[in-house]
Design a protein around this ligand. Structure first.
Ligand code: GUN
Length: 299
């Protein structure tokens, strides 16, 4: 029987640990963990994500702050806000929602966040710490960190002897995911759109992670029997079978057929998705503990 990896359940247990960590921090140090989320412009999807992050931060007992800036905000204005959040002792985590409007230089903004407060794990200092295997002092990008907890829920900590293939090479996901797997002793290959014979490369994987942004691209024939499949894609496609104009969410993996071959697989929705927000909360608690001179809880 294929094991369906329940991301909602794993995320809920992370959130429970975060809530406990937040209340312990407040009791022992009088410190309330603070998360500031910055959004520029009025993209509805981005507003929906940011709203969900803020609500979850409140549920965790954090000081949850949202800065909503107009689409015409200048680079200098946004940089000024980040600089003031960097200095604000009540804020332990800063997240600037991406994408930013085209006239803004997103990378310059991300790199101006103090690495200790970079709960997105996108600062070069945090990317570099992950690259050298320093997981103890850096902050790790939320979606790969969450995907890694799902891998661990199947394989435990040590992936020695296992072949992992990550399809996708973005800074936000593919690169950090490959490094997390390598750090856990897996043998890792990063495949992408220019890889020759992607299907046969994927078929070599004991752990197959798909983050390509193409609906249902990974077919059953790409999956080694018994493999663990982690689907990071979230794609909205037309679903005329549900009625005119209806849509549904699918991943990068053709779930129905791949789940017949895989040993364990994440569904979409309900797999990696819920983990991202949970790991953002975990990173915020980690940052708050470190800034209070404490060792953070582990997740
Ligand atoms: N937009 C979509 N995903 C993310 C993310 O993980 N972090 C930020 N900052 N923006 C996003």
């Amino acid at each position: 029987m294929t094991h369906i990896i329940d991301g909602k359940q794993v995320a809920a247990s992370v959130i429970e640990a975060v809530k406990q960590g937040a209340s312990d921090l407040q009791r022992t140090k009088g410190v309330k963990a603070g998360l500031a989320v910055v959004i520029v412009g009025d993209d509805p999807a981005s507003h929906a994500y940011v709203g969900a992050k803020g609500r979850m931060a409140k549920q965790c007992g954090f000081n949850s702050i949202q800065h909503t800036l107009p689409a015409q905000t200048t680079q200098g204005e946004l940089a000024g806000l980040v600089a003031s959040l960097n200095e604000d002792a009540s804020i332990h985590g800063i997240l600037v929602q991406l994408p930013l409007p085209k006239h803004l230089d997103a990378d310059a903004i991300i790199q101006s966040i103090r690495p200790e407060k970079d709960v997105d794990g996108l600062h070069v200092v945090n990317a570099g710490k992950l690259a050298i295997g320093d997981l103890a002092t850096g902050l790790i990008s939320c979606t790969p960190a969450g995907a890694m907890l799902l891998v661990r829920s199947i394989h435990t900590e040590d992936l020695s002897g296992l072949m992992a293939v990550v399809i996708g090479r973005s800074n936000l996901f593919g690169k950090p995911m490959a490094q997390l797997l390598l750090n856990a002793n897996a043998t890792v290959m990063t495949a992408h759109s220019r890889t020759k014979d992607l299907a046969s490369v994927a078929r070599g994987a004991d752990i197959l992670v798909a983050a390509v942004g193409r609906p249902e691209m990974v077919k059953a024939g790409w999956v080694k029997p018994g493999a663990t499949v982690i689907d990071v894609g979230i794609n909205r496609i037309d679903a005329p079978e549900r009625g005119e104009g209806k849509t549904r969410l699918v991943g990068d993996v053709a779930y129905a057929e791949a789940s017949d071959v895989a040993g364990a697989i994440t569904p979409v929705p309900g797999g990696v998705g819920p983990m991202t927000i949970a790991m953002l909360m975990a990173n915020t608690i980690t940052a708050a503990y470190r800034m209070s001179g404490l060792t953070s809880p582990s997740f």
